[in-house]
Design a protein around this ligand. Structure first.
Ligand SMILES: N=c1c2ncn([C@@H]3O[C@H](COP(=O)(O)OP(=O)(O)OP(=O)(O)O)[C@@H](O)[C@H]3O)c2ncn1[C@@H]1O[C@H](COP(=O)(O)O)[C@@H](O)[C@H]1O
Length: 109
């Protein structure tokens, strides 16, 4: 059974998928999905900027909150593109223990 944090991401993705075609006046996620990439990617960019600002300010509580907003909006982006958090977790697992320096050096010139 996957760890609790993985199950939380899977449950959240299930909820996001369930909002496809739902009433945008009752669901923020339905509103994002109805707006497609234009709306979703704008929010991802905004939340990324707000996260960077929180880090630069050294505001730890705000950094956690903004990172949660960023993760949430990137999950909506993945679902919109018919991807799942499990896909990203599998990629991170594949990279586990592989040094970024070594990986870059092994790329074809
Ligand atoms: N995790 C979240 C989550 N995190 C942040 N947000 C919303 O993301 C929005 C963006 O924050 P901002 O401060 O940028 O808000 P804003 O400026 O009003 O945004 P805009 O309308 O201008 O785009 C806020 O409305 C937050 O409430 C979230 N909305 C939903 N979820 C999850 O998604 C589920 C489904 O949500 P609904 O589809 O709305 O029921 C919920 O049960 C939660 O689990």
């Amino acid at each position: 059974m996957p760890p609790d944090s993985t199950r939380l991401l899977e449950r959240l993705a299930d909820t996001l998928e369930s909002r496809r075609g739902a009433d945008p006046s009752r669901s923020y996620v339905a509103k994002l999905l109805a707006g497609g990439d234009d709306r979703i990617l704008k929010k991802v960019g905004e939340e990324a900027t707000e996260t960077v600002i929180a880090a630069m300010q050294g505001d730890r509580a705000k950094l956690v909150a903004e990172t949660a907003d960023l993760w949430f909006h990137t999950l909506v982006m993945l679902v919109h593109h018919e991807l799942r958090p499990e896909d990203v977790l599998a990629e991170l697992a594949r990279r586990e223990g592989l040094s970024g320096i070594d990986e870059k050096a092994s790329r074809p010139a």
